[in-house]
Ligand binder design. Structure first.
Ligand SMILES: NC(=O)c1ccc[n+]([C@@H]2O[C@H](COP(=O)([O-])OP(=O)(O)OC[C@H]3O[C@@H](n4cnc5c(N)ncnc54)[C@H](OP(=O)(O)O)[C@@H]3O)[C@@H](O)[C@H]2O)c1
Length: 492
């Protein structure tokens, strides 16, 4: 909380949803247990279920039990639960916001309270909630109000712009926290350190040494009863336009002048502005979409996307997307950046894989070494934070044979605790630190990059090819490669 603030209300719209239950509530609980949030902080949970506070608290307990497992502590939970109010109400109904006003106590004006409004709801509701918050006086005119928006911010370039205009009617930019939880991951922040604190790395971090970059976010999960959201979003809007683009900017950005929020974001925007536009005729060569059909995950049969509950049988939503981009600047010109993400893939992994060029001299041509592997740097965020550098070394013995020697470092040593991304970001919201949140121009430029692909898919019609659940996506994803010796890197 900022200095001088008397108390803070943290309001969760959509408190019974998937995001709240699996991410937000556990993160807030762990912050509370760790003593990182002030006792003055109170929570208001809002959803449309016909529930009272007792029903809500039972539900909250289930969420916290699931996240804490055997270490659930009833007295700690009791202290956390005491902080909650529950409001049953529809987001489109002004009465909900009057109830909110009452729940937070009257006489707000003139007080020194802070208010955080977390929109953990379907993006279709954003406009309604923003207008109602304005009508109820919960915006800039009445003090310390912050609004947290989840991705995707809009569904394309135009809707993103128009949402932003509406948001800015009522809120100033410094009140808006556009969240991308990838930026809260310590391993993602570690990339800045890896790049800019190691003299060894920065001189080779360019087109002279790097052959190509791959960024992968693969899930084994399907859509988990989230058809009402996912079937309107798809992999490109849900993951590539935001998370993968953010990772791309962190790999490709120039060193910022300082680590302050705007210096970092200025550099990220420069990268996005330098991405070569994908023209209509090139969309097929630069992107590939598909959706999962039935298959096996962990040896268990799983249904195809069209058979998931709530999915429109005529859906043309993709659950896999791969795309290739070039960054037209001195550092990266003509280095392909391959991005891919999908559900129901062979493994759960988030990884940046950087492949280096072959050495200029074929020194080992006349020896038994027939083939020298290129060097790779691998930065993994999931399933665990790790860095790996693959080097060639001589095999022990008389002959001249080589093998790959991995220099592998886990991000966490021993029992070092890891901070969940949402814990870090929610604490930042409460404390008013926007460094790890997305500025609007980042969103807009990311939409500019992917918009031609979306438009082309819409014009091309509804046919979306399939890939078997449990595979690594469609074979067609290979057509993106610039060279025959490029292939997707699936293992760390
Ligand atoms: N789930 C994730 O892991 C995840 C990750 C990143 C971002 N996001 C973003 O987070 C947002 C929420 O996603 P989600 O997966 O949590 O969605 P969800 O599971 O469908 O939850 C939606 C929530 O909104 C409430 N709600 C829906 N319509 C309402 C209405 N008319 N009035 C009042 N409350 C209403 C629901 O209440 P009831 O339960 O009472 O219906 C529920 O609490 C989306 O913008 C999504 O893009 C989600």
């Amino acid at each position: 909380m900022r200095d001088g603030a008397e108390s803070c209300y943290f309001v969760i719209f959509g408190a019974t949803g998937n995001l709240a239950v699996h991410k937000l509530l556990p993160a807030l609980y762990h912050l509370d247990v760790a003593g990182q949030i002030t006792p003055e902080l109170r929570f208001v949970a809002i959803s449309r279920r016909d529930w009272n506070l007792v029903d809500w608290l039972e539900y909250l307990e289930l969420s916290i039990r699931e996240s804490t497992g055997d270490s659930f502590d009833a007295s700690q939970f009791g202290r956390f639960a005491e902080r909650f109010e529950f409001i049953r109400g529809d987001l489109r109904d002004g009465e909900t916001y009057r109830s909110l006003n009452t729940a937070m106590g009257s006489g707000r004006a003139g007080t020194n309270r802070q208010y955080v409004f977390y929109l953990a709801v379907h993006p279709d509701y954003y406009r309604d909630v923003i207008s109602h918050l304005n009508a109820a006086g919960f915006n800039r005119s009445s003090g310390r109000h912050r609004i947290v928006m989840e991705k995707p911010f809009g569904v394309d370039l135009e809707s993103g712009k128009s949402l932003n205009i509406q948001l800015h009617k009522y809120f100033d930019e410094d009140q808006i926290y556009r969240i991308d939880h990838y930026l809260g991951k310590e391993t993602v922040q570690n990339m800045l350190v890896f790049r800019f604190a190691n003299t060894l790395i920065e001189p080779v971090w360019n087109r002279n040494y790097i052959d190509h970059v791959q960024i992968t976010a693969a899930e084994t999960k399907g859509i988990e009863n989230r058809a009402s959201y996912y079937d309107h979003a798809g992999a490109l809007r849900d993951m590539l336009q935001n998370h993968l683009m953010q990772l791309l900017t962190i790999v490709a950005m120039e060193p910022p002048a300082t680590l302050d929020a705007d210096a970092l974001r200025d550099e990220k925007v420069k990268v996005l502005r330098s991405i070569r536009p994908v023209h209509r005729d090139d969309v097929n060569a630069h992107s590939c979409r598909a959706r999962y059909t039935e298959g096996l995950i962990d040896n268990e049969p799983v249904p195809g996307y069209l058979d998931e509950p709530g999915v429109d049988p005529d859906s043309s939503t993709e659950t896999f997307v791969a795309a290739k981009f070039y960054i037209d600047n001195w550092r990266w010109r003509d280095v392909p950046f391959y991005l891919r993400t999908g559900k129901r893939l062979g493994n759960k992994t988030s990884m940046i894989a950087i492949r280096f060029r072959h050495p200029p001299q074929q020194l080992f041509r006349e020896t038994p070494v027939e083939h020298i592997d290129t060097n790779w740097i691998l930065l993994s965020m999931l399933p665990m934070g790790c860095m790996n550098i693959e080097l060639n070394a001589k095999q022990p013995g008389l002959g001249m044979d080589t093998r790959i020697v991995p220099l592998n470092a886990a991000y966490h040593e021993g029992q070092e605790p890891s901070l969940d991304a949402y814990q870090a970001l929610l604490l930042d919201v409460i404390e008013g630190d926007r460094s790890l949140f997305i500025r609007y121009d980042e969103v807009e430029w990311a939409w500019r990059v992917v918009d031609p692909i979306l438009k082309s898919w819409t014009q091309d019609g509804d046919h979306v090819p399939g890939y078997a659940a449990g595979s690594w996506g469609p074979d067609a994803a290979h057509r993106l490669f610039d060279s025959e010796d490029h292939e997707w890197r699936n293992r760390f």
